[in-house]
Structure formats: C-alpha cells, structure tokens
Ligand binder design. Structure first.
Ligand SMILES: C[S@@+](CC[C@H](N)C(=O)[O-])C[C@H]1O[C@@H](n2cnc3c(N)ncnc32)[C@H](O)[C@@H]1O
Length: 225
C-alpha cells in the first residue's frame, strides 16, 4: 500500500526560501541586512500576522527582491514615505538597500508599528522613522520626494491618500500587479483631481527577476499647489 504523504497543518509556516545568488550580485552591500530581515520575518512574521504561512517559501523572489528592485525608480538620497508598510514591504527593504535615503513608514496598526520599530533597531537602520497613522491623516505633517505603497488599496483610492504627502514635483512609485493599466483607467478622476502628470506603468527587474515588479509612477506638478 502506498504511504500517505505527510500533510502540514493549514497554518504551519513553510521553510524559508534559500537566498538566491542574485541578492549578492545586485544588492551585495545590503546583503547582511536583507538576510537578517528574511530570517526575522520567518521567525516572527506568522505570530505577528505579517505574512501568510506559505509566503516564506517564496519570501525572496515574491517579496524581498520584488521590493528591493523598486530602488531603481528612486533617487539614492530621496526622502521617501512608504504608506501601509505592514511587514516592511517595501519600506524596510528599501531602507536596507538605499542607506542614503530617508524613510518614513506610515502604518496605522500598533502591532505592525512595533514590528517596524523593533526590526529597524535589530537591522541597525538609522534612516527609518515609523509614524502610526493613516496616510490621509498626516498630509499636513509629512512632505517627501517620493511615496511608495504595496498592496494597500486600489489606485483610485490610493492616489488620494498618497499624492498629498508629496512636495511639489514629487513622485508616486506605487507597486501594482497585472491590473496596473486597468487601475489607471479606473482612477481617471483621482488623477485629474490631483493633477498627476506622466502617469505610466514601468516594469522593473526585467531580465533578472523571475517576475518583474510592476510600478505605477506619476508626478505632482512642480509649482506650489
Ligand atoms: C495588505 S497590507 C500590505 C502590507 C505591505 N505593504 C505588504 O506589501 O506586505 C496593507 C497595509 O496597509 C495598512 N493600511 C490600511 N489603510 C491604510 C491607510 N489609510 N494609511 C496607511 N496604511 C494603511 C494596513 O494596516 C496594512 O498594514
């Protein structure tokens, strides 16, 4: 009789994906921090409700590298706000690979803010501050060059939460999936209301990432609003 294959309980955390060689090749200077972040997410992420139990088996390819490549779309010394950082995606990852940039991680959930603060300290990052808030409530306090976000809301809503955080001439770099073009169409009203310019879809990491990262980028006008 064939042996029954062992079954994992539905919520068991899978093994951590081995580190791909490309981490050293592309992000060598940040490698130690990225490896520590991967290990810490694997250790604490499920308990803290940061990522689903099956995500660790693809943590590098689906999450960490997918976020790290967004650095290609941001000036190295930019002031960046990451809205809805959650596990630190992309905010903590970008802070690791862009040590000259300054990051404000905006996250309303207390437990996630505690994780972001603790993990920034463990990683020795001095370019991160964490703000516990909803993005739409801190537009008067935060003014940055670039706003990032991943898996937070549909573009038509997200624009209203993120564009007011930008200085004149600043840029949105919003991580989106295959729906990016459709989301832009659906966001026509918000794009007009915030006078966004150069709205476009970019694919980052083509040729070396198994699944390139799609971002929607757009600028607010350079003159005072
Ligand atoms: C699905 S999670 C994504 C987290 C992370 N960006 C990622 O890709 O794994 C969405 C996050 O957005 C946060 N969030 C929801 N509404 C928000 C708002 N109005 N302003 C800022 N963050 C918000 C949630 O608390 C949550 O941590």
């Amino acid at each position: 009789m064939a042996e029954e294959s062992p079954r994992r309980p539905a919520n068991a955390v899978g093994p951590l994906e081995p580190e791909p060689a490309v981490v050293r090749e592309r992000f060598g200077a940040a490698r130690d921090r990225l490896v520590r972040l991967a290990e810490d997410l694997h250790e604490h992420g499920e308990r803290l409700g940061l990522l689903g139990p099956r995500e660790y088996e693809r943590l590098w390819t689906r999450h960490l590298l997918n976020c790290a490549v967004v650095s290609e779309a941001i000036a190295p010394d930019a002031r960046v706000a990451d809205v809805g950082s959650g596990a630190g995606l992309p905010g903590l990852v970008l802070a690791c690979v862009m040590p000259r940039a300054e990051f404000t991680l905006i996250e309303p959930m207390e437990r996630r803010c505690a994780w972001l603060e603790d993990e920034s300290a463990r990683l020795g990052l001095d370019n991160v501050r964490v703000v516990r808030a909803r993005a739409q409530d801190v537009a008067d306090e935060i003014l940055v060059d670039v706003v990032t976000a991943r898996a937070v809301s549909a573009l038509k809503t997200l624009i209203g939460w993120t564009a007011p955080l930008l200085r004149p001439g600043g840029e949105l770099v919003l991580m989106k999936g295959r729906s990016a073009e459709r989301e832009i169409e659906a966001a026509a009203k918000a794009i007009r209301r915030h006078r966004l310019q150069d709205v476009r879809v970019r694919r980052l990491g083509e040729g070396w990432l198994a699944e390139p990262t799609t971002v929607v980028t757009a600028r607010v006008p350079a003159e005072e609003r």
